[in-house]
Design a protein. Structure first.
Length: 460
């Protein structure tokens, strides 16, 4: 069979575009010295934020259930589990557990540069487990972190309709990110990095239908474990298609209704994707953050008490309704995807933290009474980071708040002080304030660590 039409021929028939191989070579060739200081600093911010999110979730009842299940299946004590003291699991199981913890509260970072991706939960969970198996320096961890970020985001750019197909990107693209990051941490050559990407991509999974359930964070854990497996297999000579992304039956063609292979290797390293990462001030879906900012701003305007509010009119990006349009969430996890709930707690509590997305708040009478006052309209011209809120009082007064860029996004970033404050509050839940402060101090000097196991021991 001849021709270059991706719709013709069997999956193994080569297209000859070389996209996956170019990505593999780029990842294999990344060096610490190439990274701008801003990227190195962003890596420290990312590790700090993610580890705090994982520690905050480490006391959730579901984590005990997961750990007990993995132990019952047989898991040799090799790698530490965050917030669990001396408890260890096998490499893949530790990555799975840590990845689940990092994403469980929906408080972990989000890249919004064209691809909505929680890269750190699968990526860092895999890298920290591997760092216990093969001792590495902080500099090597930072390079691998940046490399995995590149791979995950770039694969997503090549599949523009991937999200619309119902896939949960943290599970799918996160697997590719973890595979590439672990391959770079192992120092694999270009051919084996390419194979690691291929082995990871063929394991990629995760369905959006599981939003609001424990399976959503399981996607991050499985992505971490699958990526780690991919890199270790590739190191030993296990192969895969070297066109796994762009091939006739490759990732961007079967996981997306449209494919853009030319975008995958467009302007590599300009800028590094890790530098465009965003950090959540609120423990819920990131598309809710601009409207939460707006509702808190309304509250600060000394607006009427809840009984005097007639209605709140929200204008949001269409994707916010598509992803977070749950009207009556029955659980805390489900409330993380509810515009009505998020707007209500933001106005009532002036906050949208872990407590606002627990089961108790999802069922609270004041929240249930305020949710029906929320009216939502989508605006096609809005950015994902944008929202507008108008509160109309029963006496006719109107209060307005406009948000151009939500807090925590690349255009309105959290300061180092704000990010550390978030970490300290999260980490103290599991380890107490004194230990949390020591971890923060170590993380800020990650690039100077001779052995990352020093940090892992602290976080455990």
């Amino acid at each position: 069979m001849t021709g270059n039409d991706p719709e013709q021929g069997y999956g193994a028939a080569a297209l000859g575009l070389g996209v996956t191989r170019k990505l593999g070579a780029f990842i294999a060739g990344m060096r610490f010295e190439q990274l701008p200081p801003t990227v190195v600093h962003e890596a420290c911010r990312g590790v700090l934020d993610w580890s705090g999110c994982a520690l905050a979730a480490s006391r959730h009842p579901s984590i005990g259930l997961l750990l007990d299940t993995l132990a019952a299946m047989g898991s040799p004590p090799v790698a530490r589990v965050l917030g669990q003291g001396d408890r260890r699991l096998g490499l893949a199981d530790a990555a799975l557990a840590n990845g689940q913890m990092g994403h469980l509260l929906d408080f972990d970072d989000t890249h919004l540069g064209g691809v909505v991706l929680h890269a750190s939960s699968p990526l860092l969970a895999a890298l920290l487990a591997l760092a216990e198996h093969r001792p590495v320096s902080g500099r090597n961890l930072i390079v691998a972190y940046a490399a995995g970020f590149e791979a995950g985001v770039r694969a997503g750019r090549g599949a523009p309709a991937h999200h619309e197909g119902g896939w949960h990107l943290t599970g799918t693209l996160g697997t590719i990110a973890a595979g590439a990051g672990c391959a770079r941490l192992l120092g694999l050559d270009a051919a084996r990095v390419t194979h690691a990407i291929g082995i990871a991509a063929t394991q990629a999974a995760g369905m959006q239908q599981n939003r609001g359930t424990l399976c959503k964070s399981l996607h991050a854990g499985k992505a971490a474990a699958s990526g780690l497996l991919a890199a270790l297999l590739a190191e030993r000579g296990f192969d895969s298609s070297d066109e796994i992304l762009e091939g006739r039956r490759g990732f961007i063609r079967i996981y997306s209704a449209t494919a853009a292979p030319e975008r995958i290797m467009q302007d590599p390293g300009e800028p590094f994707e890790l530098a465009r990462n965003g950090y959540k001030p609120y423990a819920c879906g990131v598309l809710l953050h601009p409207l939460i900012d707006a509702m808190i701003a309304l509250r600060k305007q000394a607006a009427p008490g809840t009984a005097d509010v007639d209605r709140v009119e929200l204008q949001v990006h269409p994707l916010a309704v598509k992803i977070t349009g749950v009207d009556d969430p029955a659980t805390g996890l489900m409330s993380k995807f509810s515009i009505n709930h998020s707007a209500a707690v933001a106005y009532l509590d002036g906050a949208a933290g872990i407590a606002q997305y627990g089961d108790a708040r999802a069922a609270a009478h004041d929240v249930l009474g305020f949710r029906p006052k929320i009216r939502v309209r989508t605006v096609d011209g809005f950015r994902r980071e944008q929202a507008h809120a108008t509160l109309v009082a029963r006496d006719g007064r109107r209060f307005e708040a406009a948000v151009a860029f939500a807090s925590g996004t690349a255009d309105n970033p959290l300061s180092d002080a704000a990010l550390e404050a978030k970490f300290l509050a999260n980490a103290a839940i599991a380890l107490g304030e004194t230990r949390a402060r020591a971890i923060a101090e170590t993380t800020w000097r990650l690039a100077s660590l001779a052995d990352v196991r020093d940090l892992v021991a602290q976080v455990a």
